[in-house]
Design a protein around this ligand. Sequence first.
Ligand SMILES: *Cc1c(COP(=O)(O)O)cnc(C)c1O
Length: 458
Amino acid sequence: MELPFIEPYKIKMVEPVYTSTRDQREKWISDARFNMFNLKSEQVTIDLLTDSGTGAMSDRQWSVLMLGDESYAGASSYYNLKNAVAEITGFKYFLPTHQGRAAENVLFSVLVREGDLVPGNSHFDTTKGHIEFRKAIPVDCTVDIASDFTKWDPFKGNVDLDKLEDVLKKNPREKIACIIVTITNNTAGGQPVSMANLRGIRGLADKYGVKFFLDSARFAENAWFIKTREEGYADKTIREIALEMFSYADGMTMSAKKDAIVNMGGFIGFRDDETFRNASTYNIIYEGFITYGGMSGRDMNALAQGLYEGTDYEFLSSRIGQTDYLGSKMKEYGIPVLEPFGGHAIFIDAKRFLPQIPDEEFPAQALCVEIYIEGGIRGTEIGTLMADRDPVTRENRFSGKELVRLAIPRRVYTDNHMDYVAAVVKNVFDRKDSIKKGLRIVSEAPILRHFTVEMERI
Ligand SMILES: *Cc1c(COP(=O)(O)O)cnc(C)c1O
C-alpha cells in the first residue's frame, strides 16, 4: 500500500479552541456591528479571518528568539536576516520593516507621486490604499480568465501582457511609478503567477524603462505552484524557483507574516543601491534605523529562520494540500467555490451562493455573518466592502466579485478542523433560501473601510 502524505512536523504546544452557542454568536455579531474585525478571538471557534501573522512558529524559531541581539545598530540578528534574504531572494540590499504595508509605505514614498499610475495584477488592499492615499492610480491588468471562477487555468494570477503594454505605451514613462505584481495574486483568489509571465513583465519593464517590484507575501506558495504546474520546473527546488522569480524584479516588498511564518515582520529587497539609499531615509522616519526597521532583534532571528522553513517543499505540499482538502470537501457538498483552489485560502462565491441578495446589500459580507452564526467560523469579505468607494466619484465600486475568503493559518489547524468548517458551510448552504436580506452600512472610513465599517441588517 502506498503510504499517505503526512505533515512534516508534529505538535509540541497547543492552545484552546473556543466554543459558543448560536444565541451567543447572534448577540456577539450584532454587538460587533456585523464586522468580523470587531469580534473578540474568544468569540471565534475556527479563525479563518486571515493567514497573516497567525501561523505557528517552530521550535527552531522559538529557540532563535533567545539569541536575539537587541543592539540598536549592527545587531547580529540584522545580519542573520540580511543573509537569509540574500540567500532566498537574491536581493543584496534590504530594509527590515514592521510588516508588509510598512514596506509599501517606505517604498512608495520613494517611487509614487500624485497622478502616477501603478500597473500590475490585482493590487492587495493595503497596496491599493497606499497608492490611492498618494493620489496615484493602481491599474489592474490581471488576465480576464481570473474573473471566471469556474474555469481551470494553472496561472490565473497572471498579468495580461497586452493590457500592461497598453498602459506603458499610452503614458509617458515618468507617469509610471513602477509595476507591482503580487505573488500569489491574493485578490484574484490566491492564484499563482507563472515564471513565463514574470519573464514577460521583465521584458516590458526593460522595453519601457520602468521598475518592476514583486509584492511577495506568498512567494513560496507561488514557487510551489510553478514547480507543480509549469513545464520545466518539476525538478527544480522551491528555492531555485524563488531565486529565478526574484531575478526578474528590481525589488520586492514582503509581509513576512505570510510565507515567512512569523507573527509580525516584513522587509523590502532592492537590486540597486540608489533606490535602497533613498528608501533608507524613509525607513528611518517611519520604521526605525535601517538595521532594525520596527522589528526587535529576536523577531528578525525568527524571520530569518522562517524564510528557510517557509520555502521547504514538504511543508508547502502539506499546507497547500490542506487548502485543497477543504476546497474539495466543499465542492463535494455542492458549495460554489472559486477554482482552481488558491494556495492559502478557499474563496466561496457569494453571488452563486446567495443570488437573491443584490450587490448593494453586500452578499459576501452577509454570508460571512451567516457562516459565523452557524458555527463560529470567522472568514472575511472580498467584495464590494473591500473594494471601497471610487476615490474621485465616491461611488461604491461594484466589480461583480463577491467572495468569502476562508484563509488557513500555517501549521495551526488539523484536517478535522477543516471537516468542521466544511460541515458548517454546508449547513448554511442547506438553508440558503431562507436568507432574504443583506446588510447596509451605518458608518465607514474614507479608505480601507472594511476594517472599521459598522453595518446593520436590512
Ligand atoms: C498581507 C499582505 C500585504 C500587507 O502586509 P501586512 O503585513 O498585513 O501589512 C501586502 N500584500 C499582500 C499580497 C499581502 O498578502
